[in-house]
Design a protein around this ligand. Structure first.
Ligand SMILES: Cc1cc2nc3c(=O)[nH]c(=O)nc-3n(C[C@H](O)[C@H](O)[C@H](O)COP(=O)(O)OP(=O)(O)OC[C@H]3O[C@@H](n4cnc5c(N)ncnc54)[C@H](O)[C@@H]3O)c2cc1C
Length: 462
């Protein structure tokens, strides 16, 4: 990594959003795609349940209503319509990229269902939909001559003169080397915030860096206190990332049981409702988990639809064919993020944000299951097309001004910078919750240190 570099576009993040942005950016532009960890260490590879689509025209209103209801009607209706309207095209793009979805013997696509959905409208690839999508997109991006992929490289800041973005500051995570990389546009696709939590389904390196960078530069963020807790992750005393048990397990008939083997909630309610019911039950019993019974799913369906989940349960010593498995809620998804419009534009010219790191209003207070892969892909494509259609190089003066503030010593101490950014995000979350509570006259936020409590055995702090 040389100390000063020049690209047309820098994309930070190689999950579904970053990869799709790279695919739809103009082919005559020099693009740098960086990711903090290895190329497969993105939550997109972990997605199990599937991806929503518009199965038939008549489902538009119901899908809209399900999304709004799950989001407590705090979603931006225009953005939700935009997502629903672009779903089929996104799925067609994926199929062209070679993504395979489950089909019946006659070749017809199969659709599953998750909590909060009033219809089966989710396409899936066994219980490894995210891996199927992200790895196919990655193979395509890897073939592009104009895209240079650089793993183990973090975006640690943007270059800006305070008015517009003119590039980024990069750190090689293996050597610690810092580089100043000029670019006409930067796309933040840095994913969620699970790495800030002791108990999360996310990769630990997802620590909301894009959000922290925006907070640092006073770029608008939204709803930072809206963090989704997934009701069912496999309970274990082992340390590390929580293993998710997809909601589609419940969609296909799995039921939640208390310690005495009795059902205590409607398993197909939106995630926040089911999480609250589980936490309430655990509190009542003084237990560390509740139980998910998959014996209600036909064994062949369980084997074929959920092979990875079955394998992991068996590895942990629980045979889902013969007894319920212990589950507990954990941090899962970030609805808040960098304020962006449906074309990924942030408040700062030349700076875009897509995927889980952004908040474009699709999810409102609570994300509807399987809307996020679609959202990440669709709005990343829109951002890339927007950049392509309106491309204009940054002026030499602005670039020079932005470069003047660059001082690599500010980024050398990795631990101190990580702590500073984590603090910025946590403070932002608390502020957002406080302001909301003030507006509503009541308390509200799920602070990072609270997630995963409620009796759950805490995984070791990362
Ligand atoms: C276990 C699990 C199951 C899920 N199941 C589903 C599902 O079935 N359906 C669904 O729709 N959604 C699901 N989701 C949510 C969905 O996977 C994510 O919301 C979506 O994949 C986010 O994509 P993304 O590209 O924004 O982020 P990610 O895929 O997480 O990618 C983030 C990228 O940013 C990089 N990065 C982070 N910080 C930096 C930095 N400072 N500099 C450079 N790079 C950086 C990371 O290295 C990574 O490459 C699931 C999530 C999890 C965790």
């Amino acid at each position: 990594m040389s100390n000063t570099e020049k690209y047309d576009v820098i994309v930070a993040g190689a999950g579904a959003a970053g990869l799709n942005a790279a695919l739809f950016l103009p082919r005559d532009k020099k693009i740098l795609l960086v990711c903090k960890g290895g190329v497969k260490q993105a939550d997109s590879y972990l997605a199990q349940g599937g991806i929503c689509t518009l199965r038939w025209d008549g489902d538009k209103d119901a899908w809209f209503e399900d999304t709004m209801r799950a989001g407590h009607y705090e979603n931006d209706p225009e953005t939700v319509n935009c997502m629903i309207g672009g779903a089929r095209e996104t799925i067609a793009d994926l199929m062209l990229a070679g993504v395979r979805f489950a089909r019946d013997g006659a070749g017809n696509l199969l659709y599953t269902r998750e909590g909060g959905h009033s219809a089966n409208r989710i396409l899936y690839h066994a219980d490894t939909t995210g891996k199927e999508i992200a790895s196919r997109l990655f193979s395509r991006v890897r073939k592009l001559k104009n895209v240079h992929i650089r793993p183990y490289t973090s975006l640690v800041d943007i270059l800006t003169d305070g008015k517009e973005c003119a590039g980024g500051v990069l750190r090689d995570e293996r050597t610690g080397e810092i580089a100043c990389a000029y670019a006409d546009y930067v796309i933040l696709a840095t994913g969620g915030v699970g790495g800030l939590y002791a108990s999360s389904t996310n990769f630990p390196q997802l620590t909301g860096d894009g959000v922290a960078i925006c907070l640092k530069h006073g770029i608008a963020v939204r709803d930072l206190d809206y963090v989704q807790i997934h009701p069912t992750t496999l309970y274990t005393k082992r340390r590390g990332r929580r293993f998710l048990i997809s909601e589609s397990v419940r969609g296909e008939g799995g039921v939640l049981l208390d310690g005495a083997g009795r059902r205590f909630t409607d398993e197909l309610k939106p995630r926040d409702v089911v999480t609250a019911a589980i936490r309430g039950q655990m509190q009542k019993e003084g237990s560390e988990c509740v139980w998910l019974d998959m014996r209600t799913i036909p064994p062949e369906e369980l084997r074929v639809h959920f092979p990875a989940i079955v394998k992991r349960c068996l590895e942990e010593g629980y045979d889902p064919f013969s007894r319920p498995v212990p589950v507990v809620p954990a941090q899962h998804y970030f609805m808040g993020g960098i304020g962006s419009d449906p074309e990924g534009r942030t408040e700062m010219p030349r700076l875009f944000a897509v995927g889980e790191t952004c908040c474009n209003g699709v999810h409102g207070k609570n994300r509807l299951a399987s809307n996020s892969l679609l959202e990440s892909l669709l709005f990343a494509r829109r951002a890339a097309l927007r950049i392509g259609n309106t491309y204009a190089a940054v002026s030499e003066e602005a670039q020079k001004r932005a470069g003047q503030g660059f001082d690599e010593r500010k980024y050398k101490d990795k631990k101190a910078l990580a702590a500073e950014y984590a603090e910025l995000v946590k403070a932002g979350m608390e502020r957002s919750a406080r302001e909301r509570a003030k507006r509503a006259g009541k308390a509200g936020a799920e602070k990072p240190e609270d997630a995963g409590r409620a009796g759950a055995a805490r995984s070791a702090a990362r």
